[in-house]
Every structure is written in C-alpha cells, then in structure tokens.
Design a protein around this ligand. Structure first.
Ligand SMILES: NC(=O)c1ccc[n+]([C@@H]2O[C@H](COP(=O)([O-])OP(=O)(O)OC[C@H]3O[C@@H](n4cnc5c(N)ncnc54)[C@H](O)[C@@H]3O)[C@@H](O)[C@H]2O)c1
Length: 440
C-alpha cells in the first residue's frame, strides 16, 4: 500500500513527524505536489488526505471547513463551481479559517459544468453539494475513480438519478470506499436516542407521524447583467425544478428520512399530494411550487402527514412529531411525553459529526456507507413531489419502476447550453398543472 505524505510524492516516509508534515504541507501549493493517497488502501495517521470541492455554495463551504476540522491532515487541493468568482471567494473564506490547510492554487480552481472531472482527478475525497440534479452523477464518477465521497442531500431529483446513486452506493461498498450522506439527522446523537427510545416502545405502537418544514423561500439572487440564461438558473438553482427538484425533495426529505427511520427504514406503500404556487409567483422564483402537503401510508396503515412551505409572512414550523399508543415524541426537540417523560439535554453538531465519522473511517480503514437509507429516503421524497405535480396517487412500486428524468442528463450539460425551461411571454416560467401534468 502506498501512502502520500506531506513531504511530497515519493519522498515521504512513515517516520515523517507530524510537525514536519504540517510544516511541509503549508509550503505545498498544488494537488500534484501532495501525491496521491492510494485509496481503498487507507490513510495512516500522519498522511495527507487531499480534499476536493464540487460546488462552492454555502453548504459545501461548510462541508469543506468541517472536513478540515475533522482531520488536521486534510488539505483542500481543488475546487469547482459554475462560477469562478464563487470558487475564488470561497477559497479566501476557507483560507481565513484554515490557513494551513487550504492549498488549492489557481491551476486547481475550475469553472463550468466539467470542473468536477478535474476536481475528482486531483483528490482523495470529494465533498459534493451543488445542484442536486448532479449529485448522483458526480458521486458515481468519484466512486468509479476510487475516491471517498461526502454528498449532500437530496441524493437525486428523479427516478433515473436515484438508480445512479444506488449504483454509486453499491460500487462504494464493493470497492471499500466511504459514502457519507448529508441527511444529517442520522448523525445527530439526540435524534438517534429519541428514535432508539421509540423503537424500544416508549410511546407504544406508532399510530401516525406529522412532519413540518414551513419557512420562507430559499435566498433570492438578483440576476447579474451578462449572465446567460443557464448561468442565471444555476446561480439560483433552488428555484428551478430541473436543477433542485423542488421543496419536497429539497427540504421535506429530511423529515421523510426521520419518518422512515422511525419505521425501521421502511418506505411507505403510496402517497397522495397537493401543491401549488400561490404567493411566490414572480419570475425570480423560477418554476417551483411554494407549498406542498403529502399524505403517505405504510403497509401497516400508519400515515405520515407531511407539509412544506416556502412563503414569507406565514406561520413557520420545523418538526417531526410521532404519535404512539402510549405517548408522543418530538424528534427534533429530542423529547418524549406520555407514559414516559424524557428530554435529551446534550449538544450535537450533526454537520461536524458527519465529517468526524467520515475521516475516522478513512483513517481506520473501516468504510462507512449510508446507501441503505440515503437512496430510499430521497425516493420517498420523489414520490411526494411527483404526486403534488401530477395530482395523482403515487405508489412505491411505480416510482421505483419509473424511467422518468429531467432532461438533459447531468453528463450532457455544457456551458453554452440552452436550459430546458425558458420564461414565457410574461417573463414567468411554466409550472406543473396538477391533474394535467403527466410524469410517470
Ligand atoms: N444537509 C443540509 O442540511 C443542507 C443544508 C443546506 C444545503 N444542503 C444541500 O446542499 C446543496 C447545495 O446547497 P447550497 O445552499 O450551498 O446551494 P447554493 O445554490 O448556495 O450553491 C450551490 C452552488 O453549486 C454551484 N453549481 C450548480 N451546479 C453545479 C455543477 N454542475 N457543478 C459545479 N457547481 C455547480 C452553483 O453555482 C452554486 O454556487 C443542495 O443540494 C442543498 O439541498 C443541505
């Protein structure tokens, strides 16, 4: 097994001291200079782990920072985004926080749809958080190249994307690579204890689950002069369905992941949803809905009543409430009432924990793979989203056998492309029409 060392490819030895290693690495500016970690083989305690970022928005900035906090041997060596100015700004922000660990030079900063290929080449681990359309393809490409992956939710926006993410998870398992999901609830120790207590019967049998993700819209970004239509849409990806998948997939997926966790990772058999766009209708809000309600049902009859809204000036709530025959649990409040009364009082930053677990797994040579829940939980969200758009009942069987995907495929996107949705004569983008729109 070859391992990289901060003293450079071919020069480092296992006896390189930690001080030498840190001193040397701060003077190394390029990904190539750091040498490749032979992954699949794992990093030993002192080895440098080269990190790459695919997407330079707020979330991936956080993820890269958390990766560097988790392991002092991590060096950020390559970054990409659709926009070079975002890459450079984020590089400065991260350098401010982690001056010794950010070594990506200008030659390893990439802009445009193809940047991910160069980032994957240059690193051992990638953090992926951009437009969710691309998450499955970027994750699979990285795993095929033998790289460890942290990938944000949602893990796809359509049934074809979910098959790609499942392939990535299966291949990671075969290759002994890590695949960590940004469905952060699973990494929250307080939520985990609450779910554990539900599983132990502290609220009796589960009767129903209520899920809320009610808040204002995702940040609205004014269109900068000079941006092409596709650049503009990517710059505000949350507001375009072909990029983000919309809010059941984007937000309610966290709640649905918790609900499925409570039900021992089972998926509901069917759902019906209502949704639309009533307040946030200006062209700047793209082509997404601003409210959704979905009723799911498990085979044993237990329902999930799930709601999300992205509208300003309304009642807001974030909650996952589980009703049982002997009491009730509030997962996000880490609390149980009824025959048993309990409240968790600990502290946990699940975003940091995801990376603590990932880099420990890499160091220990014990791969972690979240494929078992990341794919089904996102698929549950897809069912609900498609049901809201079409106005039809959607079954688990239907969604899993569907070949629906948003065109173009992620691998076919290119910088000069015309996006698949364009504004109509009024300047507004067309939205789905429940009862008329067909998707499955
Ligand atoms: N787990 C969580 O709680 C959590 C929290 C926030 C965001 N997220 C997820 O992280 C992802 C990113 O969120 P964000 O808030 O940073 O979004 P953002 O819109 O602020 O940033 C996304 C960035 O990705 C870039 N991008 C788009 N397509 C790209 C491509 N093909 N290649 C490279 N870059 C591309 C955009 O230009 C943009 O800079 C989303 O999927 C979101 O759901 C998860």
């Amino acid at each position: 097994m070859t391992r990289s060392s901060a003293s450079g490819a071919g020069k480092g030895t296992a006896s390189t001291t930690r001080r030498d290693f840190l001193k040397a690495s701060t003077t190394m500016a390029s990904a190539g200079a750091l040498g490749a970690l032979n992954v699949g083989a794992y990093a030993g305690a002192g080895d440098v782990i080269r990190l790459g970022m695919i997407g330079c928005g707020g979330r991936n900035t956080g993820a890269a920072d958390q990766a560097m906090t988790a392991d002092k041997g991590v060096r950020l060596v390559a970054m990409c985004d659709i926009f070079m100015d975002r890459v450079k700004t984020v590089r400065e922000v991260l350098k401010g926080n982690k001056p010794d660990q950010v070594v990506a030079d200008d030659d390893h900063c990439f802009a445009g749809f193809d940047g991910y290929k160069r980032v994957i080449e240059a690193c051992d681990v990638v953090v992926i958080a951009n437009a969710a359309k691309f998450h499955p393809h970027h994750a699979l490409t990285a795993i095929k190249a033998g790289k460890h992956v942290f990938v944000e939710k949602p893990h796809g926006i359509d049934p074809v994307g979910m098959k790609v993410m499942k392939q990535a998870a299966d291949l990671a398992r075969q290759k002994g690579l890590c695949l960590v999901s940004g469905l952060h609830s699973r990494y929250h120790t307080g939520y985990a204890e609450t779910v554990q207590r539900i599983h132990e019967g502290q609220i009796g049998d589960v009767v129903a689950i209520e899920e809320n993700f009610l808040r204002g819209p995702y940040g609205v970004i004014e269109r900068k002069p000079g941006l092409s239509e596709v650049q503009w849409q990517c710059s505000t990806q949350y507001h375009f369905r072909w990029l983000s998948g919309d809010d059941v997939i984007q937000s309610l997926v966290h709640n649905l992941d918790r609900a499925s966790w409570v039900m021992h990772n089972k998926a509901p058999a069917k759902c019906h949803g209502l949704g639309g766009r009533s307040s946030m209708t200006e062209p700047i809000y793209g082509d997404v809905f601003d409210h959704h309600s979905v009723v799911y049902e498990f085979d044993n009859g237990v329902p999930i009543y799930a709601f999300c809204r992205t509208t300003t000036g309304c009642y807001d709530e974030y909650s996952s409430v589980v009703l049982g025959t002997k009491g009730k649990a509030d997962i996000m409040g880490c609390r149980i009432w009824g025959e048993t009364n309990w409240r968790w009082t600990g502290k946990c930053d699940p975003y940091q924990r995801e990376h603590d677990v990932l880099f420990k797994a890499i160091r220990d040579g014990k791969p972690v793979n979240n494929g078992d829940y990341m794919v089904p939980s996102t698929t549950i969200a897809l069912m609900g989203q498609i049901s809201c758009y079409t106005g039809q009942e959607v079954t688990w069987e239907q969604i899993n056998s569907s070949e629906f995907c948003y065109e173009p495929r992620p691998e076919d996107c290119y910088d000069e492309m015309i996006p698949p949705v364009l504004p109509g004569p009024s300047g507004s983008y067309p939205v789905p029409l429940p009862g008329r729109t067909r998707m499955l």
